[in-house]
Design a protein around this ligand. Sequence first.
Ligand SMILES: NC(=O)C1=CN([C@@H]2O[C@H](COP(=O)(O)OP(=O)(O)OC[C@H]3O[C@@H](n4cnc5c(N)ncnc54)[C@H](O)[C@@H]3O)[C@@H](O)[C@H]2O)C=CC1
Length: 382
Amino acid sequence: MPPQCPAPALTASPDAILIRRTMAEIGPVADKVTSYFYALLFVRHPELRSLFPAAMDTQRDRLLRALLTAAEHIDNTPVLVDYLQNLGRGHRKYGTRAQHYPAVGECLIGALSKYATGVWDGETEAAWIRTYTTISQVMIDAAAADELRAPAWWYAEVVAHDLRTSDVAVITVRPDQPYPFLAGQYTSLETPWWPRIWRHYSFASAARSDGLLTFHVKAVPAGWVSNALVHRARPGDIVRLGPPIGSMTVDHTSDSSLLCLGGGTGIAPIKALVEDVAEHGERRTVEVFYGARSNQDLYDIDTMLRLQQSHPWLAVRPVVDRHGLLQLPDAIREYGPWAEYDAYVSGPPGMIRSGVDALRGVGVPSERIRHDSVEELVVIGD
Ligand SMILES: NC(=O)C1=CN([C@@H]2O[C@H](COP(=O)(O)OP(=O)(O)OC[C@H]3O[C@@H](n4cnc5c(N)ncnc54)[C@H](O)[C@@H]3O)[C@@H](O)[C@H]2O)C=CC1
């Protein structure tokens, strides 16, 4: 998960100061820096072009953004290392190899030095080289360690495709090899129709004995992958999956009750969490608020109510928008008290933001609120 709210280091290191100065200068021309970076990369290293999608929508490509995010947080070591390790592991599915990193570094420096002319000097360049070397080494090491225990990607066959509304499908796949993951995590998925374009989806069930994985996909406007999955995918189609990622998982060392907010297809990981609690045989109270814009959009309410029927410790409350007046986060204020609960929030970025605010407002401490990064979710939305 990308660093969400990096704790600002009390005293920034000299390198961090130079990095931030560069970032401040390129901020207003970020699009130009991005275009120039990829142009340099593909002109100087044409062999790397095939690692990227055919249609390069730079807004959607996250390599440069990820590197810059990492550089900005270079002082926040534990969060950063975790983020970079995931990034390194996640890059195996693109075919990234250790020898590619120097090429990327050289073009990163090339692009920054062209657009940050006001601050660029020998010292700044040295700070970026040191920072990039640290970043790339963590990624290379994590990828190498992962290579010993997991494939770079999994093939998975679509075995069921259930169109629940005109734009939401519940899709079940069978991976070609065992796929270990934790309830609450998500993966990246590539369809045969859009090679090398990967989108994130949460697992909608806890790990199953038959090894099948289920995803909830909503076709969104201009969402190439999501539209293909909802309107084109059929049983027998083969997709590729990246490694599992995400830390919105249940802490089984605690017996705290769980308060879960799932908005739209954000209910997918919440359902997985409920199944996970059920499998652990614990009797923790779990309260789920399931939000949707209309009754029809509560496409998985039957499943959730069935779970409620078989588990007395589970309460499921559907919350349908009332002309935008009452939204999912507002509903929790009508119940409670919640101060002793662990909270899980999953849904569109705006809902996560207001959900977290509402939870803090009813006394749930920040460290007990879990959600995936809003930045990552912007891409999940596809
Ligand atoms: N497919 C998946 O596995 C997962 C999807 N997501 C994310 O969930 C989202 C689901 O999208 P849709 O189903 O179209 O959801 P939606 O736009 O229909 O909204 C779902 C619920 O969230 C509430 N909501 C939306 N914006 C809000 C705001 N700004 N403040 C307060 N409440 C708000 C709505 O009132 C509604 O109750 C996508 O952004 C997706 O990235 C998150 C986790 C997993």
